[in-house]
Ligand binder design. Structure first.
Ligand SMILES: Cc1cc2nc3c(=O)[nH]c(=O)nc-3n(C[C@H](O)[C@H](O)[C@H](O)COP(=O)(O)OP(=O)(O)OC[C@H]3O[C@@H](n4cnc5c(N)ncnc54)[C@H](O)[C@@H]3O)c2cc1C
Length: 584
């Protein structure tokens, strides 16, 4: 297992992955990934490589013998995998998702058994969905009926990642009334302990993206799990799942960060090398604007995700808000980035065997599912809307957990301990990241922050006021109107903007002299792009320009093109890409 700082471990994993090809060249990883995808083959080489690196240890909390003490570190490691192959990241990372409920609600025996399996490189699956019930977990029909000698499971879980490969699955099953918050219980099911014939796995489902991985399912017919399989209290399954989702939804952002970075590298390399009418594409205003905006939005997604991963430790009680926001905003920004870059890459974004091993169209297909699984964007927005009254109250009161917020913004520092018992279904304090915006914009104005950044910060704080006014106007309802979902989307952009400002402010002195940090370059560009998104979402006039806006796109585009060529970091908190050749 590799130790050291988050960035150090990220670099170590990247070098390890780049070495996976027969001649040690990163380009060969890309070729193999493309071949496996075309053949719909499981990404076995990369997954074995991740096991050899010791990645499974990061899925196990330190108290159970693992290295999973810091979610920023795990976010960085997953991003490192995802920027090479999203399929491998999803296939391997699912084990963390499957095991998260055990760390939240399991007893010592369950945690030890799960930790031993994970540390030995065994996959774990998380079986929540059913053919007739996707997001609607409370109405799942798979039953766990009490009988002599335990409980019998009857029903189907589908689609489930790793359902076939995994021996251990955490399974949500009905033990009470349908639709009730106390009607479902969670079980740690060991397939090898079930009677033969009492269960079978369902065939692998062909998929549009992440083609090779084990998307299948499991059917139980009178399967009796070993004694001690119940995780937590009877009837507490939905609550445990909702608490575990606060960890996993936040961490899913790593998949988006890797996909966005990969797409950016490929397109920036193309723009630099493609000659049209005797001039590189990169010299033209239009490609520069697209690359600059996409780099800015990728940076914004990175800040939102990093703050979220650290908030798990420092603002634990606020994760019902933070996880819903991060799970929505990171895939949404990345989907937008990929769509814009696809247009710039042109035909090569669509062809499978012409440019960079056809990686772009694979990223595009693979990433589509990130906004769907582990809670879709509408589901997360619905969860946020339910918390509007509290969020409005705390915003107006200016409630901020200053210590927790400073910890969440201190990217690169150890994130500190995690008290899983502090994960609550509804945040009592609202969201410190967003609630700090008015004070933060005032403080930046008083500091020696770049003029353009201050102007953007003040404008975002004003927009946040408007967003909260609209949130206040949403009447509590089981089925909120469409406008509430749009307001939730605007809230997410406020969160991302606040995350950028906080991480910039916390890192600005340490990162002085780095090109992306010079004169607040990345933060100004990110705030400008988020303000444009806010204006579109709120249907308000296009935002006014801030001092220095004119040159931002060109500077960012040139930075990304250089990084794509040399394998340097493309984002403010990014890592170099070992063995890179023109971003491929
Ligand atoms: C590749 C892949 C891997 C997967 N892996 C797993 C896994 O490992 N384990 C597992 O349990 N499941 C897994 N799933 C299932 C996935 O989590 C579900 O697809 C998801 O929960 C949504 O279910 P559904 O698509 O059936 O849609 P439904 O829940 O039927 O929703 C249909 C539509 O309604 C929207 N919707 C639902 N509820 C609301 C609401 N309250 N407010 C507003 N809109 C709403 C949804 O966003 C969607 O657009 C996987 C799916 C795929 C495709």
């Amino acid at each position: 297992m590799h130790t050291g700082t988050g960035a150090g471990r990220e670099a170590a994993l990247d070098a390890f992955l780049a070495d996976a090809g027969p001649d040690g060249a990163g380009g060969d990883v890309a070729r193999r990934v493309a071949g496996e995808d075309a053949a719909e083959e499981f990404p076995a080489t990369l997954v074995a490589r991740l096991d050899a690196f010791g990645l499974p240890a990061y899925y196990v909390p330190a108290e159970w013998g693992g290295a999973g003490a810091d979610h920023e570190v795990l976010l960085r490691l997953w991003r490192t995998v995802a920027r090479r192959d999203l399929s491998a990241a999803v296939a391997h990372g699912k084990t963390y998702l499957g095991a998260a409920s055990v760390w939240c609600a399991g007893d010592a025996a369950q945690a030890t058994a799960t930790a031993d399996a994970v540390l030995a490189g065994e996959p774990v699956a998380w079986a929540l969905s059913e053919p007739d019930h996707g997001a609607d977990l409370l109405n799942g029909e798979l039953t766990a009926t009490a009988q002599d000698g335990g409980r019998r499971l009857d029903g189907v879980k589908w689609p489930v990642n790793n359902a076939t490969r995994a021996r251990l699955l955490t399974v949500l099953a009905r033990t009470g009334a349908a639709g009730s918050g106390r009607g479902q219980s969670l079980f740690l099911v060991d397939k090898s302990a079930l009677a033969p014939g009492s269960w079978h796995v369902l065939p692998k489902e062909p998929t549009h993206g992440i083609r090779g991985i084990d998307i299948s399912g499991i059917a139980f017919e009178g399967a009796v799990p070993a004694p001690g399989a119940l995780l937590g209290r009877e009837g507490g399954g939905a609550e445990t799942v909702l608490r575990a989702l606060q960890l996993t939804r936040t961490m899913c952002a790593a998949l988006s960060l890797g996909a966005g970075e990969h797409a950016l590298r490929i397109t920036a390399a193309f723009a630099a090398e493609r000659i049209i009418q005797r001039r590189p594409l990169l010299d033209r205003a239009h490609p520069r604007a697209i690359l600059g905006r996409c780099a800015a939005l990728t940076a914004a997604a990175e800040s939102a995700a990093l703050v979220g991963s650290r908030a798990i430790h420092t603002l634990t009680g606020e994760m019902s808000v933070v996880s819903a926001v991060v799970k929505s905003v990171a895939p949404a920004l990345t989907d937008a980035v990929i769509a814009e870059l696809a247009e710039l890459l042109g035909a090569r974004s669509f062809l499978t065997g012409v440019y960079a091993h056809g990686a772009f169209q694979k990223i595009w297909r693979d990433h589509q599912i990130v906004s769907v699984f582990d809670g879709s964007t509408p589901v997360n927005r619905a969860a946020l809307v339910q918390q509007f009254p509290r969020l409005v109250r705390e915003y107006r009161a200016g409630t901020v957990d200053e210590k927790g917020l400073a910890g969440a913004a201190a990217v690169g520092e150890p994130a500190g301990p995690l008290d899983r018992g502090a994960l609550t279904l509804l945040s009592r304090r609202g969201c410190s990241v967003v609630q700090s915006l008015p004070a933060l914009s005032r403080a930046l104005a008083g500091e020696a922050a770049p003029e353009g950044l201050v102007a953007h910060a003040v404008a975002v704080a004003a927009a946040a006021g408007e967003v909260h006014a609209r949130m206040a106007a949403v009447a509590p309802a089981a089925h909120p109107p469409m406008s509430a979902y749009e307001t939730a989307a605007a809230y997410e952009l406020c969160y991302a903007a606040a995350a950028c400002l906080h991480t910039w402010s916390a890192g600005r002195h340490r990162r002085r002299g780095e090109p992306l940090w010079e004169d607040g370059l990345w933060a100004r560009a990110a705030l400008r792009a988020l303000r444009a998104g806010l204006a579109t979402t709120l249907r308000t006039p296009a935002p006014s320009a801030a001092p220095g806006d004119d040159g931002l796109d060109g500077l960012l585009a040139e930075h990304v093109a250089r990084a794509a060529r040399d394998g340097g970091p493309v984002t403010p908190f990014g890592a170099p890409l070992t063995g890179s050749r023109d971003g491929r």
